[in-house]
Design a protein around this ligand. Sequence first.
Ligand code: ATP
Ligand code: MG
Ligand code: FE
Length: 338
Amino acid sequence: ELILAVETSCDETAVALIRGGKEIVTSIISSQIETHQRFGGVVPEIASRKHVESITLIMEQAMREAGAGFRDLSAIAVTQGPGLVGALLVGIVAAKSLAMALDLPLIGTHHIAGHIYANQLVHEIEYPCLALVASGGHTELVVLESEGKFRIIGRTRDDAVGEAYDKVARTLNFPYPGGPYIDRLAQQSEEEFQLPRAWLEPDSYDFSFSGLKSAVLAAINSAKMKGETPREAALARGFQASVIDVLVTKSLRAVREVGAKQLLLCGGVAANGGLRAALTARCQEAGIPLLIPPLKLCTDNAAMIGAAAHLKWKRGEFTPLDMKAEPGLSLEEWSVRS
Ligand code: ATP
Ligand code: MG
Ligand code: FE
């Protein structure tokens, strides 16, 4: 089967064609980073307008690149949530129109299920497994008892990890998006500024990154008050070390406790070189199979939406055509029914 997948939840307009839930026939990602850069973050109204400008063109380009006709399609998948409501709407309207015109099933898809199932495009997933979701809006530990069944055992109580990266970067006047920039700087720095780790209660799988963000801010202010220049690289390295320590330690403990056969890393922060290296080393030591998608499948894309939608396609679980954008869509509730 051939699924056309659409993703417009934030600042990437993306369309992909996925065969059998595994094969990427084509995947196009049009990023708006340059547009939002000068504002230091994503401006929702501008994101929506940009999606409107490019969605039809990108859909046509995907079909052309794949050498496919609309009659070859089996279903239309689209990100239903979570995300910016105005941005989601653009993809949803486009997907609905296609589904209606071609009389094809529509599959409203969960964005985070997409991030997790990006792994399916390059690896064989074995159950039960544990996913560490580290993205711009989410930091979660998710148990998958079986295919398509999601149970969240830990989540952030304040900032998401990608959000913390972006905020710290903005404080230090680094260019947007901050994640990749801090990552590079941290890996180049020889000094490390010691910063706290938020472990929370000993048995908790939850996360917290706002205290760490404040600690960076305090270090900058105290340097400035003393008339010194803040040690930016050392701070970047200390920040990244704290984030990685907590993410890696909690994930490995959870893998053991839930008896997961694999650990899946996903989300935009999975593109972080330091995190990938640390997880790889620690999982190797502990004998835990680790799955990480290639960089292009870590940040937002439509291929991952096609991979997650395939779970519902297989089971004939389709979405009514009057489906609405759901900025707060629950991952657990999106689980497959059968
Ligand atoms: P969500 O998926 O939670 O809805 P999102 O779609 O905005 O949020 P993603 O596209 O998954 O988030 O990831 C973007 C985030 O990843 C940004 O916060 C960005 O700074 C971060 N990021 C990207 N590359 C890196 C990197 N190398 N190191 C750290 N963070 C990174
Ligand atoms: Mg993005
Ligand atoms: Fe995302």
